[in-house]
Design a protein around this ligand. Structure first.
Ligand code: XIL
Length: 338
């Protein structure tokens, strides 16, 4: 904690955290890591659309607020994840909504009630989550990048009702509403996976960011790109590539965030734990030494609580709550930065 405080002072700002929901197992382990090892908290599930708007127009921030107050109690800050995503949507949403109703009413109402309800101290919000397709190629426009996405919140189980994306007005509606109701220092993010390097999907994320700046009139100093970073040793994009991407955001005056880092292992051997630690260190260094990168979230606190499962062992703490090699590496890199 004192190291994180010094890092934040040296960098100007730095938030290093993990996921929490009130129903997570092992209160004493969580209490320990969130008051000593992490200084930042995100709800793993408690602020998603299904949890926060159980029926149309109804706001239920019970769990989201409980996670925020857990952060406050532990002297940690809180980030918001997320206001719009195709997954974990409320049961009333799919199939019953037209594109124009979504853009004009549903999205502005949901974004307002959640962001206003959570207050001004939220460091950043994932305003839209995972809106860029996986089959994109270089040179695509922002609209083409988003049209390439196959999953939408209005989609029914049979895949119908995908007519949402004839233009990017749903993204603009989400961001203008978010800007109106967020605190003056809260950053507004687009968050996505398989990004961070010199790949076409990252180029798309940057194109969408530029579109939001130009067409929703959101200044770059309020905009952020969240790099989820659910990776494995084979999908790691390199420290140099991450650094180059973060520099592009710095040049715009926008912010970079590692929002959901986990590093899945082929098996839990000591050799792989060392490899995992080295990659964790590279990720952390890329963020620490880039002026644009100020938030760093490790997705799940420990292997047995992780959505990946214990066999992939993708977190910093093992299933007994003991720090893995990567956790010690993180501490060493933070110290070295000072
Ligand atoms: C995951 C949670 O970790 C799981 O508990 C839940 O069942 C599904 O969602 N991208 C995101 C996160 O933006 O919200 C997802 O979290 C992981 C992928």
């Amino acid at each position: 904690r004192s190291t994180l405080k010094s890092v934040a002072e040296k960098k100007g700002e730095f938030y290093f955290g993990s996921t929490y929901d009130t129903y997570d197992a092992d209160a004493s382990f969580n209490q320990n890591v969130f008051s000593t090892f992490f200084n930042h908290v995100v709800a793993e599930n408690g602020c998603k659309w299904d949890a926060t708007e159980p029926s149309r127009g109804t706001s239920d921030l019970t769990e989201c607020l409980a996670v925020q107050s857990y952060a406050t109690t532990n002297g940690a800050t809180f980030r918001g994840h997320n206001t719009f995503w195709h997954s974990q949507t409320p049961t009333w949403l799919p199939g019953s909504i037209t594109a124009s109703d979504l853009v004009t009413n549903v999205i502005p109402q949901h974004v307002q009630q959640e962001i206003q309800g959570m207050g001004a101290s939220v460091t950043s919000w994932d305003v839209v989550n995972e809106i860029v397709g996986d089959g994109v190629s270089n040179g695509m426009t922002a609209l083409q990048c988003v049209q390439n996405k196959k999953d939408w919140p209005t989609q029914t189980a049979d895949g119908s009702n995908t007519a949402l994306v004839t233009d990017l007005s749903f993204v603009h509606a989400a961001f203008t509403t978010a800007l109106q109701y967020a605190g003056p220092n809260t950053r507004l993010a687009i968050n996505d996976y398989n990004t961070g390097g010199s790949d076409a999907k990252t180029a798309c994320v940057l194109a969408v960011l530029a579109d939001i700046n130009a067409n929703a009139a959101i200044p770059y100093n309020r905009l952020a790109v969240g790099f989820q970073s659910h990776i494995s040793p084979t999908t790691f994009v390199s420290k140099a590539a991450l650094t180059a991407t973060f520099a592009k955001l710095a040049a715009l005056g926008a912010t970079a965030m590692i929002t959901e880092l986990d590093i899945a292992l082929p098996s839990g051997t000591t050799a792989y734990e060392r490899l995992q630690a080295a990659i964790w260190g590279d990720y952390l260094d890329a963020c620490l030494y880039s002026s644009s990168c100020v938030e760093f979230i490790n997705w799940d606190t420990r292997d047995d609580l992780s959505w990946l499962g214990t066999s992939e062992a993708g977190t910093l703490f093992d299933s007994n709550g003991n720090p893995k090699v990567a956790a010690f590496e993180v501490q060493a890199r933070l110290q070295r930065f000072l």
